[in-house]
Design a protein around this ligand. Structure first.
Ligand code: ATP
Ligand code: MG
Ligand code: MG
Length: 550
């Protein structure tokens, strides 16, 4: 079996297991999204990492909805998160948790911290608190309210809890060290007042715990062994360790940081993605141009290709930028193996075979996927009038052009050789029909005299084919680092990120395509049936790297 080197987290885990540092030898990880938006490709890395480690070491991975920001959160988001993780093929089983479930325990811990003199209620305003906090180079100073008595702190915290104080007037803070070089240890805020209704706890609470208090304690309560997060939390680790030490737990969880996934040309912060939705720049969170999991699913990316993508980029401790082309490469690699090939003409031009009997329909057999030795086949109807791509005919052929022009012979894929004879134009001079003759002896792709033809075109029977809508997507942003040069990512939007073609012509096999099927429209790219639309609407997932005939 092929041995891939262990990543740094696997090495830590194997070392912990080997040295009996893991309770019951069971690795417990968690994926902790905040339900304030849809998951994106960056999250896929974290999902694959956390669920993947649990799978590899036969432990478990908890899904924890980190719902402590009542104003921004919504059940719609929680539902989408679960759908998206399942689509990737991961399952948390019964291990579904909500940080909000721990509000009562967190409150108890806060009260105990006050009693032990380790927390106090502060009346400084946010601006004052910021000033007192100091800077990276300058230590902070103690709040004048730091020495409130335990009794006063208990009374004020209880009043905060009962809604007797307005938002912003009081906070509960830990008493750690205002001179710490780590700003996150300078008496961090544990609780703030928020008169907001929470999607799960409703109006039960008007004080909400902060991330640096909630997260480590949630990890401890759930018995997480390895709490994996992105690098920007590295300097929160001392606060994490402070919080997990409060309860004198035998096996405190540990936080480890890895580099987040960045991909050029994409915007992946939920705040910005939400903005694109709100401004109507895209058609919702699952617009196929969005880098959300719902968006790429609707676009036709396969979960397998995304897992391949994250395994190729690996897990590191240094930030880097991954090239968008690697993402598309992985999609093509996977779809090439699984997509059914169909003939669809995106820009139809009528081709009439003058010597083919009127009314006759012949059926040709095509292998669904030549990459798959066990592939099924389907039949394609052929008739006198066909459609070919407009670009596959030139009245005045350019140098090196091998497709159809007057006097030139090409192969119509799967069927016969045809030679173009004449064109019909409309009043504006546009070509509306090309007339040709076919060689009945060329059936099957060769002739008795072994004539060679250089060009091959795909085609669709005009009488038997069906009209479909195709949506051709391009990058949503034109610049490699949206907003970097312009100052505003919205200035870098690609005006041509969506092209809709309403009169594409497809072979009738398309009628069997279901949502979730992977298709290749020969020469035109990989496509899938849109999961929102009624009728025959197909999204282009990605173009083909190479066309099958030059
Ligand atoms: P964003 O900054 O994009 O809004 P977030 O970090 O606020 O995302 P969370 O819901 O808090 O989103 O993320 C859940 C988990 O996914 C966290 O552990 C976070 O570190 C991880 N994660 C988020 N973005 C990325 C990314 N680009 N690469 C890897 N992991 C990520
Ligand atoms: Mg977050
Ligand atoms: Mg964030």
């Amino acid at each position: 079996e092929e041995k891939t080197p262990l990543n740094f987290l696997e090495r830590i885990i194997e070392d912990d297991l080997a040295n009996n540092r893991v309770p019951d030898n069971t690795i417990v990880t968690r994926f902790p999204p905040e339900p304030n938006g849809y998951l994106h490709i960056g999250h896929i890395k974290s999902i694959c990492l956390n669920f993947g480690l649990a799978e590899k070491y036969k432990g478990r991975c908890h899904l924890r909805l980190d719902d402590t920001n009542p104003e921004k959160e919504d059940i719609e988001y929680s539902d989408s998160i679960k759908r998206d993780i399942r689509w990737l093929g991961f399952d948390w089983g019964k291990y579904e948790y909500h940080a909000s479930d721990y509000y009562p325990q967190l409150y108890e811990i806060a009260v105990r911290l006050i009693k032990e003199g380790k927390a106090f209620v502060d009346s400084l305003s946010f601006a004052e608190m910021k000033e007192y906090r100091g800077t990276l180079t300058e230590g902070g100073k103690n709040s004048p309210y730091r020495d409130r008595s335990v009794e006063e702190n208990l009374r004020l915290f209880e009043e905060m809890h009962q809604g007797k104080h307005p938002e912003g007037s009081l906070v509960l803070r830990a008493k750690i060290d205002m001179s710490s070089p780590n700003i996150n240890l300078r008496d961090p805020v544990l609780y703030r007042i928020k008169f907001a209704s929470h999607p799960r706890t409703g109006d039960t609470w008007c004080i909400y715990p902060m991330y640096d208090f909630t997260h480590p304690i949630s990890d401890a309560i759930e018995g997480i062994t390895h709490s994996i997060c992105t690098l920007e939390f590295e300097d929160h680790r001392p606060a994490y360790d402070w919080a997990t030490a409060i309860d004198d737990i035998e096996h405190a969880p540990h936080q480890y940081e890895f580099a987040r996934l960045n991909i050029n040309y994409l915007v992946m912060s939920k705040r910005r993605l939400l903005n694109l939705v709100k401004l109507g720049i895209v058609d919702g969170w699952d617009d196929p141009r969005m880098p959300t999991i719902s968006g790429i699913r609707r676009r036709g990316y396969s979960p397998e290709s995304m897992k391949d993508f994250v395994s190729r980029i690996g897990v590191a401790k240094v930030e880097s930028m991954v090239d968008y082309s690697l993402l598309e490469f992985c999609v093509r690699e996977d779809l090439n193996k699984r997509a059914e090939r169909l003939m669809v003409v995106l820009d139809p031009l009528k081709l009439v075979i003058d010597n083919y009997p009127e009314g006759k329909v012949e059926y040709f057999e095509a292998v669904n996927n030549p990459e798959d030795p066990n592939s099924a086949t389907h039949t394609i109807p052929f008739s006198r009038e066909l459609y070919i791509e407009r670009e596959d005919f030139m009245e005045v052929p350019a140098k090196g052009y091998h497709r159809l022009y007057i006097g030139n012979e090409i192969r119509l894929k799967y069927t016969y050789y045809v030679t173009a004879n004449s064109v019909v134009k409309d009043e504006q001079g546009n070509i509306v029909e090309v007339h040709c003759t076919y060689d009945p002896e060329s059936k099957g792709g060769t002739t008795p005299d072994n004539r060679k033809v250089k060009g091959t075109s795909h085609w669709v029977s005009a009488s038997e084919g069906v009209t479909i809508e195709t949506r051709l997507y391009d990058k949503l942003f034109m610049t490699e680092y949206p907003g970097e040069a312009s100052g505003n990512y919205l200035d870098d939007l690609n005006p041509d990120s969506l092209k809709i073609v309403t009169d594409a012509k497809a072979e009738p096999e398309i009628l069997n395509a279901k949502v979730g099927d992977y298709l290749q429209f020969i020469r035109n790219g990989y496509f899938c049936k849109d999961n929102h639309s009624e009728g025959l609407v197909f999204n282009r997932t990605v173009t083909l790297k190479d066309s099958w005939a030059k």
